[in-house]
Write a protein that binds this ligand. Sequence first.
Ligand code: 5AD
Ligand code: SF4
Length: 431
Amino acid sequence: MVKTVYIYTFGCQMNVHDSEKMLGVLQKEGYSQTDNLHQADLIIFNTCSIRQKAEQKFYSELGRIKPYKKKRPEIRIAVAGCIAQHEGKNIFKRAPHVDFIFGPQNIHKLKELAAGKTVPVAIEDNPDIAIRDLPVKRKGSIKAWVTIMYGCNNFCSYCIVPFTRGRERSRPSENIYSEVKELAGKGYREITLLGQNVNSYNSDIDFPGLLRKLNRVGGIERIRFVTSHPRDLSDGLIHAVSGLSKVCEHIHLPMQSGSNNILRLMKRGYTYDDYTHKISSLREKVPGISITSDIITGFPGETEDDHLLTIKALKEIEFDGIFAFKFSPRPGTKAAGMKGHLRDDMKSKRLSEILEVQDDITTKKNKSLEGTTQEILVEGESETDKEKLTGRTRTNKIVNIPKIDIVKGKLINVEIIRGRQHSLEGRPVEK
Ligand code: 5AD
Ligand code: SF4
């Protein structure tokens, strides 16, 4: 009989892709995916612990399914991802309706765990993670995530990731190359290389070398990567982005703060000047590149002056977009134990000031594209408006166009007729 699995995914792209790996493993065991929670034989929560809010969301969802388990005691409930890794068997105390727990380094054990054939907690370090590839059941058919490295060695003082995902481990380039070739054969057109800090990819070749190797795969039209660490962004990488035809003109380069004091407390390993030098070099060598960033507001000890330096930085740099977050103390990290924690209302105030400044910049940048011609990869119907098709520019901006006879997965040229804050509107033009 076919068994069904329902997966809740919280958090980053890494988790979204880990869920695809879980589905890959389970499909081999005869499971199919359902989007109806009530029909599932197995429910997996793939959790995120980057900020407290993400954790709270998970615990409230976990509480909500308690009555299902009472009604149908045969359903199995699993907790995966970063909270599973951090909390381990403590989760059973808090939620006795959970059947098993496994961390991001133990997805390969899902087969045994789901069958109830092993101890119900798998959170040990897995040094083989980069050489032991798992089957993947991908959600889309045009764009695919491809993991190139696991873990992070940086220990930025606020961040829980090095504790949940372990040390950096790079996949051999041949394994990545074969996966990308296979994806091209299946009709995928775009790949996004995933790693916590892709610039420190280091196996038989380095990251620019990997980009050169993947740029040769026929059928793949676009290559993206996330996330880059400003300290490790090398001239070699800038050269690769500028010279390789398939590598898209977009970089996500988390700045976190515009104040050198705060950057030091965060243990980021660069100053604001170092950061802006890299931005200048990127913009000089890769004309038209779009640059996005992450900002944390209200880090412990952040003064009004530090905050104003971040606002000044946003105005000077003019990012194409940012993700901004209120600092959230994470148990076990250095920053959680630092002096000078700010009140939540202060963090909120600073966050809204930052977003307000950036919103104007983003809109201005998008408006400046009106009248230009951009290449987009058609991804299908827009989720918000079924009358429109949607795609992204090489610079990763969303463009909506009227619905016409265009097949999904095609590259087309569009003229941008309107730039808005979150997306662009376009119309197809001849190549
Ligand atoms: N509090 C707030 N934001 C955080 N991030 C990471 N850890 C924290 C934290 N403790 C943000 C950083 C990072 C992004 C993925 O999440 O900006 O770049
Ligand atoms: Fe966290 Fe810093 Fe590693 Fe990014 S580079 S995952 S912020 S420790």
